[in-house]
Design a protein. Sequence first.
Length: 168
Amino acid sequence: MANIDKLMQDGTFSNLSKRELLQVTRQRAKLEKNLGSIVDLTRLPSALFVVDVMKEANAVHEANRLGIPVFGIVDTNSDPTNVDFIIPANDDAKDSVEAILNACCAAIAEGLEERKAEKADEKAAEAQADAEAEEGKPRRAAGARRARKDDEAAPAAEAPAEEEAAAE
């Protein structure tokens, strides 16, 4: 699909014969229909939400193969073994699908807001630590604390060994 788009922008597309143009256009339409929504993906999705597990069996199989968790609305006529997180409901009824999707969208929006708040808190704590460092308050790194603890622990560990050697 990207190659066809590149041909269209380069101008090579206009140099093709009428028949080739028609074939390429049909191929582009078919690819757009099947893959149009995932063209711009740069990484694998974190999860897959499927409304009709039977109809989207290929997507479920592919997600299982790639290790992507699958959330799915499973009806009585569907096999729930391939779905990681099962939502038992009628996948044919518009109202049940709408109610489930509204609840999922609200939960996702709430999670995103919490993530933004956590990032803001982390930035504020980092800015406060930087401000304290600029004021001249010493700030020790975790590695320095560990090294000091190791130095303190080493003589303590050597002392029993020296006592045992002296006892012999």
